[in-house]
Design a protein. Structure first.
Length: 47
């Protein structure tokens, strides 16, 4: 799988998150980010 870097948050301070890549053949997105807090996970799990 070859990933093309789309972008990175310029305010990450060198930690590498959040970052977005695309798999060019399938157009699948790969997202890297920080772990969400429990309240946010509960909110989005209901969608």
């Amino acid at each position: 799988m070859d990933l093309q870097l789309i972008g990175i948050d310029p305010n990450t301070g060198g930690e590498g998150s959040p970052t977005v890549w695309v798999e060019e053949e399938t157009a699948d997105l790969v997202l890297q980010g920080v772990k969400a807090e429990e309240a946010l996970e509960a909110l989005v799990s209901g969608t």
